[in-house]
Design a protein around this ligand. Sequence first.
Ligand code: ADP
Ligand code: MG
Length: 692
Amino acid sequence: MTATLADIPVSELKGVGAALEKKLHNLGIQNLQDLLFHLPLRYQDRTRIIPIGSLRPGDESVIEGEVKVADISKGRRRSLLCRIQDGTGTMTLRFFHFSAAQKNNLKPGIRIRCFGETRTGPSGLEIVHPEYKRVDSDDLVPVEEHLTPVYPTTEGLHQGRLRALTEQALAYLKRGALQELVPEALRENWQFPGLVDAVAYLHRPPVDADQHLLLEGLHPAQRRLAFEELLAHHLSLLKLRQKTRKKGAPELSGSGELKQQFLDQLPFPLTGAQQRVSEEVSQDLALAFPMLRLVQGDVGSGKTVVAALAAIQSVESGLQAAVMAPTEILAEQHFINFTNWLEPLGVKVAWLAGKLKGKQRQAQLEAIRSGEARVVVGTHALFQEEVVFSDLGLVVIDEQHRFGVHQRLSLREKGRNGELAPHQLIMTATPIPRTLTMSAYADLDCSIIDELPPGRTPVNTVVIADSRREEVMQRVRSACAEKRQVYWVCTLIEESEALQCQAAEVTAEELKQALPELRVGLVHGRMKPAEKAEIMQQFKSAELDLLVATTVIEVGVDVPNASVMIIENPERLGLAQLHQLRGRVGRGSVESFCVLMYHAPLSNQGRERLTVMRETTDGFRIAEKDLELRGPGEVLGTRQTGVMQFKMADLQRDSDLLTRVKTVAGQMEQWPDHAESLVQRWLGRGEDYGNV
Ligand code: ADP
Ligand code: MG
């Protein structure tokens, strides 16, 4: 049997010494399989000689002609200019770097063949620094037989080198050393070429290949590999899921008694969607293996209540529940809610965040360890080593897209209780586009709260340039005269909290001056929690008319009487964040407004984002648009990008494959070895999620 390509290190190839091997390793290429799955970014057409007369600026092409003259021009920049001519026209070759020998070799009368990108120069069409070689009219140097691949590369590794190496690897391929890992039975009536054909095709597409399709990534050979890659990712997540599922979990059946008391004291009935999702969660919790469920719901759809119900079921079953939020403010808000809801029922709620120090911290840690605290709310601090749970049954993560697969895993591990793993409920702050749910979150079951509590009125959104700031301030004045309350949100580059706070301070001062009759408050991330809470309380009880804030109010603020929000420089924020912010108004029954006050000029993308915000308040649509505009890496947050870096697939372009990927991945359970090898092929050894 032939060794498979994955077993042959690149050092086996001719011409690969230690230095080259290192460069290849930098590209993630260790063996011949890696090399063959290092696919071209694009192609050049060197298969035809193009008449000079038909060249257009931007064309990359081969031309051939007779040198008419080669001269050094002493213009703004010294350069060697060479005019060449074929039967159809003349053009210039321009060299900024050249040797005397080069100039002498370009003698009038000789023929040369060149390759390069045509552009418009000072005296007609030209190519800067073309590749060229001399051809003699009687010996016919052949043009390339295939389209020429252009590979992703690294410093000091030339395309020619990569081509030569892939050429050698392709020879192995012909000898059948690449295994088809999608079982034959699962390949029935699909429209893709076989794996070997697809790989060979993409490295050396034939002359008549549809370049347009190839460039768009829509060629069947590319789709074949994109499918396989998506499948490999999906399988890696399923593997992870299976691994977790093999562990036992405490059966949290609950008596229903506390739950009923909680619902009775709640000032509103659950929406239909809240009931349905809570029921799904409740059933999962009663099973003897860990729940892995994602709850999605738009801003304000009432996810916190669903989380509370899950926590109560754990408490009823005699086990602790932990609730983790990504920011201190959000965690604080949850802590307040949970305390208000649960302490009257006799359930002790503990609080833990990074800022909590000294005796208070020790007291909370002790309550968690002894099991006196039944529910624990906090930030990442919950998962530090010093935190020991007495009997954890459930972990709720309010995640805001901020935790990646690896984080999710380590949390799961952290909560281990002997042989048993805790159940896990993940809530997203904003909806996740479907394609991402089907890929990045494929290890989770998904529930959707697709209904808002009754009595909400959609927010009217207007987009205005900040040159009309004066007008906007008058609007704020008249809104406050009508006893409405207003948020004024200052944004700056997100990374600089200090600058952001400073901007908010300046703005608050300016507004106080301009609108002296209004009571103006200020909150920002650098204030002490107690100060922040105090200001928020004043705003809530209508002792303030106008609250100037940084984006900290994105989460955790709930003031139903606030019905106007001004957002400065909204073009700096992502759609999801704008949607979150805007979700702070429109919580009461009066009509609400959101003013997006941008700073001109807007980029096209900025304009498009603001238009989306004006046109819809549907979080699911906004999420889809966000993905379209910013791509999966950005939407998921940087920590998650590692998971979503595809070589071949593009989630957007190939989203139509995902349903099939899911089906095939499920069926591949019967071929565990193939599944394993597929994951290895595409994700490599380092990305083995199952072994975190
Ligand atoms: P999110 O899904 O954004 O986390 P929250 O859980 O913060 O939403 O809920 C938003 C607001 O809606 C809160 O003030 C909450 O008390 C209220 N709420 C939740 N469920 C209902 C309901 N069924 N009826 C009325 N108000 C509700
Ligand atoms: Mg929430």
